[in-house]
Design a protein around this ligand. Structure first.
Ligand code: AMP
Ligand code: FE
Ligand code: FE
Ligand code: ZN
Length: 277
């Protein structure tokens, strides 16, 4: 079998239930040659994954998933091959995680109007090294029996436009793309289908985005075909991944979306050529 990669994977450092160690052992079970760790606003899981990956023969690409916004549309931007030890970047991420905690408290406060009482401080303390977010909240609502599924938590309470939703701090696309570039990384627009507005893509291209996530667990075939042709038209690199959150969304998705390792090689060739100029 030719080698394959899954370039969109979360850990407990954001909102997955899997530790970096569990990500690697699962990747090994499903015969992936390469994965990228792409936590929301966090890189705490990268080193452990790289180290354990070396032991079992799985290549780990250091990555991150940042949140940006354009005209009210939320945009997720992936950074690959980033310098995950850069101190200014770590400080920035720390700040983003602090704003996430404040926003978490606000959402818990709003839930009170629906007679839902959660111990926000306790949940935060239980996830101190994580980028706390709506998936943690959805899981708590489910555990406590306020909703009968994670999806219901989003549909009724905390999805965008629902009564207990609070926006988190979002970067401008330019900020996110520039940050990744300064870290030596490659910027890629994540799951464009979920943005719900393809007009954002040319804007991102203008700002310097370098790749597009064509393959994703929530991309129907028609979306894959559309984004593949956009990749060609705009001369963007092509990536793909499962967006696995461990058991966070129910099923373990790791390796359910896999791309040929040739695409990883293309990323590396691109970066090498760019670094020379
Ligand atoms: P946050 O970054 O705190 O806004 O939370 C976003 C997280 O919630 C990401 O992991 C999303 O994939 C997840 N999410 C958003 N909407 C849903 C949904 N309807 N069902 C399950 N997970 C969702
Ligand atoms: Fe997530
Ligand atoms: Fe995302
Ligand atoms: Zn993700």
């Amino acid at each position: 079998m030719s080698p394959e990669a899954d370039l969109h994977v979360h850990t407990i450092y954001s909102d997955s239930t899997f530790s970096p160690h569990e990500v690697i052992s699962t990747a090994s079970k499903v015969s992936l040659a390469c994965i990228a760790i792409t936590d929301h606003d966090a890189v705490g899981g990268v080193e452990e994954a790289i180290d354990y990956g070396k032991k079992v023969g799985i290549e780990v690409i250091p990555g991150v998933e940042l949140t940006a916004e354009y005209n009210d549309t939320e945009i997720h931007i992936l950074g690959y091959f980033i310098d995950y030890k850069s101190s200014w970047f770590l400080e920035k991420l720390q700040h983003l995680r602090e704003t996430r905690r404040k926003r978490f408290l606000q959402m818990v406060e709003k839930l009170k109007k629906f007679n839902i009482s959660l111990d926000a401080e306790k949940i935060i303390r239980g996830n101190l090294s994580a980028s706390i977010g709506r998936l943690h909240l959805a899981q708590e609502l489910y555990r406590k029996g306020y909703v009968s599924s994670i999806k219901e938590a989003f549909r009724v309470y905390i999805g965008e436009g629902r009564p207990c939703y609070v926006k988190k701090e979002r970067l401008s696309p330019q900020e996110a793309i520039t940050m990744i570039r300064k870290l030596g990384g490659i910027s890629v627009v994540a799951h464009p289908y979920l943005m719900g507005d393809d007009n954002v893509i040319p804007v991102l291209v203008k700002e310097g985005i370098e790749g597009i996530e064509v393959y994703h667990s929530e991309h129907p075939l028609s979306a894959q075909i559309r984004y593949m042709s956009m990749a060609q038209n705009y001369n963007l690199l092509i990536t793909g991944g499962s967006d696995c959150h461990g058991l966070g969304k129910g099923k373990v998705l790791l390796g359910k979306v896999r791309i040929s390792y040739n695409l990883v090689e293309k990323l590396k060739e691109y970066k090498n050529a760019r670094d020379k100029t």
